[in-house]
Structure formats: C-alpha cells, structure tokens
Design a protein around this ligand. Structure first.
Ligand code: DGJ
Length: 740
C-alpha cells in the first residue's frame, strides 16, 4: 500500500527566471486523489466512489498542503441526464448513459458497444503518472499518461488503449484527453482559414451545445488548427483566466468544445471519429496523439507566452545550447525563388540569384519546386525524384558548390507524399495511391496522394530522401504537401482494416522524419502544405519551421502573423519579403514595409532580387543585418501583442522581450492614417522597471525629445511616442531597446 505524501513523487525544482518553481506529482491513497503541480498550475483528479476517474480541479496553483476528499460523482439531473453523463470524467467510455462526447467508443465482436472504464492502478512516470483504467467486464485496458511541465504547468496527456481479450474489437472514437471547466461565462478562441487565408482568430461566447473544430482531410488542414483557448469572461490580452490546449497530430483530428445541459464545459480532442475505425486484434494497442493543456491567469497574451516557451523548450527539435538552456537555433535568413521563377529553375538562373542573395547577407539559399523529374509545371514529375537533366545537366553539385562558395548553405524543396499520374512512379505503381477500386481517383493540382501507410511506399519515400541527402550536401528540406485526401482506401488490407490508414499514414510520416533526422542530424526541415496546411505540435517534434501561408502580402501577413502567434512561436513562422505590387491583392507597398512585416517572424526573401536596384538591395542588406542582431529576442523572446491588426485596426504593434529582459524589439505598423490621427503612445511591457534601456531606431523615428535611454519603468508607464510624421498608408517602424 502506498503511503500518502511519503509515496509522493517529488520532482526537481526548476528555475524560471528568478523564481524557483517546483513541480510535483502526488497520490493520496486514502482519498484516491492524484495531484499534479507545475509552474503556477495545479491539476487534480481522483477515483470517485463509483470507481470512475473524475476531474476535480484545473487552475491556479493550490497550497502545498491543500487536500481533496474522495471525488463524488455528480447527481442525476432527472431521469434524462444520468450521473454518469454529468460527472466530468477524465476519460469516459461510451456506455452506461453517456450523452456527452465520449473519450472512447468501442464495438466488440459480439455486437456489444457498452464500455464503462473504472480505475485499476497507477504507476509513476516522469513528471506525472500513468493511470490504468479497465472496462467493468471486458479486457479493454486504457492507460492514461500525464506529465506536467515544471516551468509552464503545461500538461501533456495521451492514452494507450489495449485489447487484452481474445477477440478483435473496433475503436470507433478515441480521444487523447478530455478537459473539464466548471460552469461559467466563457469565450472560446480558435483559429480557422483557407488557402492563402490561414490564421483567422475567432472569438465567440461558449453556448450550450457543441462547437466542433476539426479536419477530416487526412492532414492538419488550413481550414482549422488544432488549438483552442477558453477565457473566463470576455477576451482580454493581459488579464483573466485562460485554459488552452493544442493537439499534437497531423492527421484528421477533432476538438469538441461542449457546454452540457448543466452548463459545464468539456473539451475533448484526438483522432477525428469521422470515418474512423481502428481494429485492435488481441494483444494489440493503439496510442493516441498527445493533447497539451495549459492555464494562465494573465489573459491570452500570458497563455501564448507559456505555449511559445513550451514549444521552444519541449516540442521543437533542439540543436544548439545557449546560456545553459537548450533552445532551437534561430532560423537562418533564407532566399527562395518560388515567387520569382516558379517552376522555371535551372543551373544558370539559380546561380545568378544565389550571387544576388549572398550580397544581401542571406544565410541559406533554397531551390523550390521544378528541379526534378519531368517537372515543367504542376502536371508532371511528382514521384520521380531524379535531377532534371535539361535544367541541371551536371546534377545539383555545381549549384550547391556555388551556394557554399558564396557563404550560404543549401536547401531543397520536396513533396514526398505525392505523385502526378504523369510520372514514371505512377505508371509503375498505380496501386500505391489512396483509392477505392473502380472509383475515379480525384486529382487536385493534378496530383494524387501516395498511401504512406503502405510499408513499400514508406520504404520508397524514405529511400529516395535518404539517397538525396547522402549524395548531396543539403542543409535543409522544404517538405511540401499540396492537397487533401479523397477516396482514402487502403486496398492491400481487408475492408474492415482499411480505416487504419488515418493512423498509420501519419505514424509513417513521423517515422520517416525521425529516421531522416537520426541519419542526417544536421539537416533541418520545414513543414509546408501549400502554406500553413500542416502546422501542429505533432509535426513540430520533427520539423524546425513552418511555412504559414502562400499569401505573402505584407499587410495580410500582419493579421495572419497575429493569429498564428496565439498558438505558435514566431521562431517557426517563416516570412518572406516578396515583390510589389503583390500577386494576390495587387497592393503596392514599400520595401521597408515589406521587410518589417516579415521581420516579425523568421525572415526570408522571396522576391525576384535579380530585378532589384541598388537602393532596394541596400535597404534589404541593412535591414537583414539589423534583423540578425535582434533575432533571438525577436523570435524566442516573450511576445506582447500591444495593438492587434485584427478587426480593421488602423494600427498594429508587437513587442518582444528577451527572457533575461536584456533586450526588447518593437514593430509598429500603420494601415491607413485617418483624420490625421497620431500613432498611439506605446506603453511597453515585460521590461525590468529598475533597469536602464537605450532606445535605437531600426527604422523610423521616435518623437523629438524622446530620451536616448530611460528606465524600464519609463518605457512601460510613460511609453514610447512615435515621430509626428509617422502617418500615411502602409507605414512601418521598428525599434530596439538594450539594457545598459
Ligand atoms: C506550395 C508552397 O506553399 C509554395 O511555397 C511552393 O513551394 C509551391 N507549393 C511549389 O509547388
């Protein structure tokens, strides 16, 4: 028998800034209560008197000695709403009168579909617990995994479902976790979009019923992103309680936000149950994705700062150690010629662009689509990953050598999971694509999806990428994915087994990425899917950056970057400066405006620099140099959205502060000045009030009389005032503050 508290698993105290934060995971055997503490957060659940696992508390950190009695199920609400349904369960099986979203729904071979999960046992796990549940009669065992981050209090939850019986069962619905909030007035924040229009932040009152955020497309999707934030009361950037979460899955996913008949709110997320059916044979198990959940008391800004830091420290691949902390390397400033050349790449043209790029101070030269197979446009070539002999008669080596001789490293575009019907690969293996027999194969962008779930397809894809990286000195892959699934059949398998494709495809994608990284540890990878169609915490465990959108209009990007930043760190947010007028909106903007818009994230240049005049080149060179100086603060610091561009705002401003508060960077943008209105005074945030900070313009001017240096208290309380001439359409300014 485990003894209370003496059996507690006490984890290391970890330093967060100057504050010591301890994390702990305790089990109280008398009350059967589990408690996890990390950062400013406590998460508590227990075994209720019926044997179910019930959530008891998720919020601000409780006193170390505060104790909970054993969980009591909520009562029945008339005969129509059972106690089983009303009780906020950690992981409810569909059965016994559950009318809210189940975490798990199973069909047994004999037709029984009733599943009631009761607590069995627990074991210690790093920073948390593994808690075992079992159906009241049948040998279906579910292990719930919990791990709390000592610094942020962000909890990682997932489940492993095992069939210990003698007959196969079919899993029809499997969540990673369910989160519960007590009855209150809440605002739900979630992100939606479309191609070239990703990252719209939606804010709406949580109402009775269910709001589904999902992708049924086989991949993460542009249309919704697997992230949510629920704020108590009205949305507020700086104040108020926020519960937030993000699902680490790049296949079809679903998050449901449900206000039940008693006004309680539950968030359930995991595999999308639409068209789902995973047959679990005796002895087999299914691992769900991880659903991360966090809590902040300082509004949406506080929530996103916690999530950014967690992504930087725990999700993204890490390559470089800085100041005792392992953080991912700031992204090299890249050049990519896609918008300049599209498919018309060749040795001479790319070499000429490389020379121009190097002169600007670019770190990495990336060749995009068009270099392989018979790829002249998007009708042919995908699947045939040999170097096109007309465009590159001597292979890639001369171009790569040239890029290296100019002091840059070399990156290459690939789209490994796709095939054009007009390709040698498809002619040889027409059965390798997702399809149903005798049904037409719907083409999108003239391409089909290879069934990566098949072992032979996985081997082919891994094989060509491994060969490409072995034979060429490549530092970076831009991994693209330009359509969604249709006719998702996996004809090699028996009909009942085919829906496993929703799980195995994504597992094989992750497996290939992991193996490539292991064999080629210096190679970095970008997740691109026609822009931001595959951005989630699952793919980010294996990729270093993402392409947020094919829309590179610098004004549109401000709103997209704002929306993106609620869920994801600017470190991964690639942002290219492209040509003006912009191809999408036909909007004309200055190079300075375009540069500053892109400098909010990880900067790249995607314009036709062959056509730039000396003045444009000099502007870009100066701002790239200025960017390099502040980049770690800018993309890895704490982000404050001082003025959001959302809702047609006349102005927008972001500020980032380095973790040690030694530096801060401010970007300010004007959409269109109206009625001569002056730019608002910017009361900065997050600085050390007692420290002195020197102000240096990167672009633009502060108001005459602004001190060259002042205390953090001055910049935060008095504020930074812009020059009175800072007016007009599509104007931009940027400043840095350095602690003296
Ligand atoms: C879609 C990507 O988002 C673009 O940046 C570009 O790489 C094209 N695909 C190439 O086909």
């Amino acid at each position: 028998m485990v003894k209370a508290l003496s059996a507690a698993i006490l984890f290391l105290a970890v330093t967060l800034g100057a504050q010591a934060q301890a994390s702990s995971a305790n089990f109280d055997p008398a009350a059967k209560v589990f408690r996890l503490d990390g950062g400013g957060v406590s998460y508590v659940f227990g075994v209720n008197t019926r044997g179910e696992l019930q959530q008891l508390y998720w919020g601000a950190r409780l006193g170390a000695t505060d104790a909970f009695p054993q969980a009591a199920p909520l009562p029945e609400w008339a005969s129509f709403d059972s106690s089983y349904s009303n009780t906020p369960q950690e992981f409810a099986g569909w059965g016994a009168g559950l009318f809210v979203e189940p975490a798990l729904k199973i069909s047994f071979a004999d037709g029984n579909r009733d599943l009631v999960l009761h607590y069995q046992s627990f074991s210690e796990a790093p920073n948390g617990f593994d808690v075992e549940l079992k159906d009241i009669l049948r040998p279906i065992v579910v292990t719930l995994h919990y791990a709390i981050d000592p610094q942020s209090g962000i909890l990682a939850r997932s489940a492993t479902i095992v069939n210990q019986g003698a007959e196969p069962v079919t899993i029809e619905q499997a969540a990673a976790a369910a989160w519960a909030l007590p009855p209150s007035h809440y605002t739900l924040n979630y992100i939606t979009g479309r191609w070239a229009g990703e990252w719209t932040l939606n804010q709406e009152t949580v109402r009775p019923g269910e709001r589904i955020i999902e992708s049924r497309r086989g991949s993460t999707g542009h249309q919704a992103n697997p992230w949510f934030a629920i704020q108590a009361g009205e949305p507020d950037e700086d104040r108020g309680e926020v519960w937030f979460g993000a699902l680490a899955w790049s296949g079809s996913w679903r998050i449901s936000v449900e206000q039940d008949q008693l006004d309680a709110v539950r968030v359930t997320g995991g595999f999308n149950p639409f068209d789902f059916g995973y047959v679990l044979h005796p002895g087999q198990s299914l691992e769900t994705p991880v659903f991360y959940g966090g809590y902040a008391t300082n509004g949406l800004g506080g929530a996103s700062r916690l999530l950014h830091r967690y992504e930087l420290e725990h999700i993204l691949p890490r390559t470089v150690a800085t100041a005792g902390q392992i953080l991912p390397k700031p992204r090299p400033v890249i050049y990519n010629s896609w918008e300049a050349t599209e498919f018309k790449v060749n040795e001479a043209g790319q070499m000429a662009l490389a020379e121009k790029a190097a002169a600007l101070g670019i770190d990495r030269f990336v060749m995009d689509d068009g270099w392989f197979g018979q790829r002249k446009d998007d009708h042919a070539g995908l699947g045939d990953w040999y170097v096109n002999p007309e465009k590159f008669p001597h292979g890639l080596k001369p171009l790569i050598d040239k890029v290296h001789s100019l002091g840059m490293d070399f990156g290459l575009w690939v789209e490994p999971e796709m095939v054009n019907p007009d390709s040698d690969l498809y002619r040889k293996h027409p059965d390798w694509v997702l399809h149903f027999p005798e049904r037409a194969e719907s083409q999108q962008r003239n391409q089909l999806v290879l069934n990566l779930a098949r072992p032979d397809v996985r081997a082919y894809v891994f094989g060509f990428l491994d060969k490409l990286l072995n034979e060429n000195n490549i530092a970076f892959l831009k991994w693209d994915y330009n359509r969604n699934w249709t006719e998702p059949g996996w004809m090699q398998l028996a009909p009942a087994e085919q829906k496993k494709v929703y799980v195995e495809f994504t597992h094989n994608l992750y497996g290939i990425l992991a193996e490539l990284r292991r064999r080629h540890p210096k190679v970095e990878i970008e997740s691109c899917s026609g822009g931001g169609g595959r951005v989630d915490l699952g793919i980010l465990r294996y990729t270093d950056e993402v392409w947020p959108s094919d829309n590179t209009d610098p004004f549109d990007r401000l709103t997209q970057q704002d929306g993106f930043s609620y869920a994801y760190t600017p470190q991964i947010m690639m942002a290219w400066v492209t040509d003006s007028p912009h191809w999408l909106n036909h909007r004309t903007t200055s190079l300075t405006y375009r540069m500053l818009s892109s400098m909010q994230g990880s900067l790249g240049i995607g314009a036709n620099i062959a056509k730039w005049n000396d003045e444009e080149a000099a502007t870009a060179k100066r701002l790239i140099a200025a960017y390099h100086q502040v980049q770690p603060t800018n993309v890895q610091g704490d982000l404050y959205r001082l003025i959001s561009p959302r809702g047609g705002s006349e102005f927008s401003v972001t500020q980032t502060v380095r973790a040690d508060k030694s530096q801060s960077v401010v970007f300010a943008f004007i959409h269109s000045t109206q009625e001569g209105r002056l730019f608002p005074t910017l009361r900065l945030k997050g600085l050390d009030p007692a420290a002195q900070y020197a102000l240096t313009p990167i672009e633009g001017k502060a108001r005459a009389g602004t001190p060259a240096a002042a205390s953090g208290a001055w910049w935060m309380n008095h504020g930074l005032e812009m020059d009175e001439g800072f007016r007009g359409d599509f104007q931009a300014a940027a400043f840095r503050l350095d602690r003296k």
